[in-house]
Design a protein around this ligand. Structure first.
Ligand code: ACO
Length: 436
């Protein structure tokens, strides 16, 4: 059982020899943490941990991850089992509510997601206002924030968030597909209630009014699995952002929009786009990958092997393992021979045999192979991070809910160690030199 174990205490000796006893907390999976919540009060000291390499920002009951062993579990269920046996709607329910749904719960959740897929007609004008070159992540984040203007009851912090959560999960697909359709100049395709979650999104993406479009089951299955694999990943950059913004009491749409923006960066969710750009470049240049590997090892080159390395995995990312296996199956099912898959496999083999990557424990992460599946589905490269955002939605929501439901939640407000100038006095402009 997790909690502060009174028997375990760490001792910190300060420069003045004063000793501070710090309780040790043991998590449900026997992870040990030194609880420093009273440290400043007891000693006057703060801790410094740039990049949060060693800092647990919260306790959480949502996702368990062991980066050394390559383990990932949502609410206790191994990712491998969920990817094989569950679907995205059910996994979303699990993450948000803590338990797998029974049949009645799952059907009712699915029905709610179907019913709330339309966006307010006035919002269509926003899409028209963006230039066709807009990155869909910019549009998605702005539209999700805009939802708070259409559902202003979200500002009432005492009201339940359940309906807003349903809206977010459902409408994110419509917004994503509409932004794509606008960018290629095609008419918007409205959601279709007869289709289930993933198929409805693919229909909005790829159907045109002039033709019949049947969603190929192999694409639906591939998308479903990708979304499950992206659904949560404990305290990563975007999820921590959602919790940080949520801790201020901001509404759920604002908090999730900030998560979308954090995800956009190429060191986080934007890496899936960067991986395909890297593979395309290698393909264009006729490199077998070896030149790129050499450049990625050279800090001065400004290059990295995108889709490799992870803050917490020092072993193979279990999601990457599943996606790699699926790549072969899905491409074969669609009769696609993608040269980028061969390049990716060669790059991986070369990197895993290279001392630089071995010593630093750099393995493929979730983004290394996911782009190849998205390409096979027909998703354009600029939309890759949007797909990640759709997948991560239940994880962000579960974390937002967790922080809102905890009576002990306080606003996230880290300390700093100030290293700027000490006090100095204002000098009028005429008395300042050329280079003050
Ligand atoms: N290619 C080459 N070298 C790398 C790579 C890489 N992909 N990743 C890390 N390294 C090197 C670093 O230069 C550093 O070397 P050094 O010890 O000689 O200075 C060492 O490995 C440790 O890496 P850090 O950057 O310190 O590790 P950190 O935990 O801060 O960063 C990150 C993790 C951002 C994921 C990093 O590995 C990276 O930039 N990877 C490429 C981008 C990527 O794929 N991001 C997606 C992550 S998964 C996700 O967010 C969904």
């Amino acid at each position: 059982m997790a909690g502060s174990d009174k028997k375990l205490t760490a001792k910190l000796v300060l420069p003045d020899s004063k000793e501070v006893a710090l309780p040790v907390m043991v998590g449900a999976e026997d992870e040990h943490a030194i609880d420093i919540r009273n440290l400043r009060q007891d000693s006057g000291y703060v801790t410094l941990d740039t990049g949060y390499m060693n800092t647990g920002s919260t306790t959480s009951a949502i996702t368990y991850l062991d980066g050394e062993q390559g383990i990932l579990r949502y609410r206790g269920y191994p990712i491998e089992e969920l990817a094989e046996k569950s679907n995205f709607v059910e996994t979303s329910y699990l993450l948000i509510n803590g338990q797998l749904p029974n049949k009645t719960q799952r059907d009712s959740f699915g029905r709610m997601l179907t019913r709330h897929s339309l966006i307010h007609e006035d919002m269509h004008q926003f899409f028209a206002g963006y230039p066709p070159t807009s990155h869909p992540m910019a549009v998605l984040s702005a539209m999700v924030t805009s939802l708070s203007a259409y559902y202003p009851d979200c500002l009432d912090r005492s009201a339940p968030v359940d309906l807003h959560i349903t809206r977010l999960l459902s409408k994110v697909r419509t917004i994503a597909a509409f932004s794509y359709k606008k960018s290629i100049g095609q008419p918007l395709i409205y959601p279709k209630n007869s289709l289930n979650y993933g198929a409805n999104f693919l229909h909005m993406m790829f159907a045109v009014p002039s033709e019949d479009y049947e969603v190929p089951p192999v694409l639906e299955k591939a998308l479903n699995q990708l979304l499950i694999l992206h659904a949560d990943h404990e305290q990563n950059c975007s999820t921590s952002t959602v919790r940080m913004v949520g801790s201020s009491g901001a509404n759920v749409y604002a908090a999730i929009a900030s998560g979308i923006l954090a995800l956009w960066g190429p060191l986080h969710g934007g890496a899936n786009q960067a991986v395909i750009e890297m593979l395309e470049q290698i393909h264009r240049e006729g490199d077998d990958g070896s030149k790129f590997i050499e450049a990625a090892k050279d800090k001065k080159s400004g290059r990295k092997l995108m889709g490799f390395g992870h803050r917490v995995y020092k072993n193979y990312d279990p999601r990457a393992k599943i996606i790699k296996e699926q790549c072969d199956r899905i491409l074969a099912g669609l009769h696609i021979n993608d040269p980028l898959l061969d390049i990716a496999k060669k790059l991986e083999a070369a990197a895993l045999g290279d001392d630089y990557f071995v010593e630093r424990k750099l393995y493929p992460n979730v983004d290394f192979y996911s782009g190849i599946i998205m390409r096979a589905i027909g998703i354009p490269i600029e939309m890759f991070t949007v797909i990640f955002a759709i997948g991560r939605m239940p994880g962000w929501i579960a974390n937002y809910k967790e922080i809102m439901d905890e009576a002990t939640t306080r606003i996230y407000r880290p300390r700093q160690v100030y290293v700027g100038p000490t006090e100095r006095h204002y000098v009028p402009i005429e008395k300042r030199g050329k280079n003050p």
